[in-house]
Structures are given as structure tokens and as C-alpha cells.
Design a protein around this ligand. Structure first.
Ligand SMILES: [Zn+2]
Length: 301
């Protein structure tokens, strides 16, 4: 189990889907990524890439502060009808793994970095044929502009025009909205978030748009220690070295690249632990300058 201490804050990773996947996945989601260019990022091996396999994860990060138990992102969820096979009708034992770390009744807040399918899935679970909140005692925190964007998409199909067909299938907005977002709103459990807001002491969302319009990363501060949960600013570890590689699901690829660069500049060669939202073990890393670019260095436990 990967766990990190940031002063008085404890972060625990609860994996949903994790392992070594074919590198074809990077090539499929990042149009500018080539095998030759990946080869040049020598620092990727052996932690993040081994030959034709990459180390990928979908997980939740449980953040326990002295005052709150917060789930950051809720993975893909079980039993959801999805166009992308990777997320379709999953039957994982994620909930029992989470319960081993923190009974779900004790979770008092859920923060979604953005509202894509693999970050909102366990917002709900299927009970007696209905999608109901998985964390009934939690306030769910969605960024208002993010919610407004996807609501518009659901109601106005022309919003989809900027996405490739692959991206439309991967993000699967209508189904996601119906089974993972609307039930939370209808249950009255949402408190809207503004970017760059301190949510609870030591936990601040920072605006990192581009992957989606209201995308946020989560900064954790306690004493003189800091960590940041990146979110999908980085899908692939390779994007640390190649910040110009966007993924097809990015709403605004040029903005995503600009945001990645700003993020890398801010945290490179600092003591801030960077927790990747899709980085398999090691999920906790530091960013270092690497010539004109950047690289990841695994954090030692
Ligand atoms: Zn994601």
C-alpha cells in the first residue's frame, strides 16, 4: 500500500485498476507521441516503462487531515455502461479495499479534480436498480465552471464538435452525467468549488485548466511540507518530459500544454511531492529539471 505523510496529513492510495499496460495506449491517446520519441526519455525506465509496457493506474487518494477525511477522485466505478471497454461494466473489489483503509461512512468530503468518467465513477453505486451516492455522509465538491461546461455538453450536442470520435467515446459524457453526476446533484450533496480555494485547512484546489475547463489540482500543505495531486494534467509519465504531448480527451490541448509547463516550472527541483492521478507505483514522485525539459524521480518511502 502506498502511503505518504505530509506533516499532519496522511495520503493513502486505494487502487481500482492498476498494472502494466501495452504502450499502444499512450500511442492511441496522445496523437503526437511516437515510440522513437518515448525511447529518448531514458528516465522512464524501469519505473514507468518497461519495453512495450507502461505503468498505469486508476486510483483514489484518501486524504486524512486532522479535521477531515477526503476522497480525491472516485475512479471508474462498478457496473457502469461505457463505450470504452476499459471502463465498461467493471466488477472490481475497490469498495472493500477502501473500507479496509477507511469505512466509507467516515468519508466526509469527495473532491473531483474534473468530471471525466474515471474520476467520478464511485460517486455512485447501483442499489436496487438506482444509482445512489456511495458516500452518503460526504459533501461532494465539484468546480462550478466544470459542471456548467458538461451540463452544456449534455444539452447541446454541438459542444461535442471539438472532440475526436475516440475522445467522445472515451469521455462518454451523457452516460457519465446520468449515472455519476446527476444523482449527486439531485441528492443535494454538492457544494460548489471555486478554483484556488482553500477547501479545508491545508487542502487547496489550484486551477489547472486545459484537460477540462474547470480542472483543478489539489495542493496539500502541513507545517513546511507540501504535496500536490496533479489530476489529469498528466495522464502519462512521459508528459513530464514532453509537456507538448496532449491527450485526445483534452478540451483545449494548447491550454493543457501551457498549464503543464507552468506546473512543471513551479514544482521542479522543490521538495513538493507530486502524486500522479494515473501513475502506477511509484505514484509519488518529485519533478526535476532535465536539460531544457523535466523528468520524474520516484519518492523514497
Ligand atoms: Zn483520468
Amino acid at each position: 500500500m502506498e502511503q505518504w505523510k505530509i506533516g499532519d496529513i496522511v495520503v493513502t492510495k486505494v487502487p481500482e485498476i492498476a498494472g502494466w499496460f501495452p504502450i499502444d495506449l499512450w500511442l492511441a491517446v496522445m496523437p503526437d507521441c511516437t515510440l522513437e520519441a518515448v525511447e529518448q526519455l531514458e528516465w522512464l525506465s524501469p519505473e514507468y516503462r518497461r519495453g512495450n509496457e507502461i505503468n498505469l493506474s486508476i486510483h483514489t487518494l484518501l486524504v486524512e487531515t486532522p479535521t477531515h477525511k477526503i476522497i480525491i477522485d472516485t475512479g471508474a466505478g462498478n457496473g457502469k455502461q461505457r463505450q470504452w471497454e476499459l471502463f465498461h461494466k467493471l466488477e472490481t473489489d475497490f469498495l472493500s479495499r477502501l473500507d479496509d483503509v477507511c469505512p466509507r461512512d467516515e468519508v466526509d468530503m469527495v473532491i473531483c479534480t474534473h468530471l471525466h468518467t474515471d474520476h467520478v465513477g464511485w460517486n455512485t453505486q447501483l442499489v436496487d436498480g438506482r444509482w445512489v451516492p456511495t458516500f452518503p455522509h460526504a459533501r461532494y465538491r465539484f468546480v462550478r465552471s466544470e459542471y456548467d461546461y458538461w451540463t452544456k455538453y449534455v444539452n447541446d450536442s454541438s459542444t461535442a464538435d471539438s472532440y475526436t470520435e475516440f475522445a467522445q467515446q472515451a469521455i462518454d459524457v451523457h452516460e457519465v452525467y446520468r449515472d455519476s453526476i446527476a444523482p449527486i446533484v439531485e441528492a443535494g450533496l454538492v457544494d460548489w468549488l471555486e478554483p484556488n480555494q482553500e477547501v479545508v485547512p491545508g487542502v487547496t484546489v489550484i486551477s489547472t485548466p486545459g484537460h477540462t475547463p474547470g480542472h483543478v489540482s489539489v495542493l496539500l500543505e502541513s507545517g513546511d511540507e507540501t504535496a500536490v495531486i496533479a489530476g489529469d494534467l498528466f495522464h502519462a509519465q512521459a508528459q513530464v518530459g514532453r509537456s507538448d504531448w496532449s491527450v485526445q480527451m483534452d478540451t483545449t490541448p494548447t491550454k493543457a500544454t501551457e498549464t503543464r509547463r507552468t506546473f512543471l516550472e513551479r514544482f521542479a527541483d522543490t521538495s513538493t511531492l507530486v502524486l500522479g492521478s494515473h501513475f502506477g507505483t511509484p505514484t509519488g514522485n518529485y519533478i526535476q529539471r532535465d536539460g531544457d525539459s523535466f523528468k520524474l524521480v520516484p519518492a523514497k518511502d
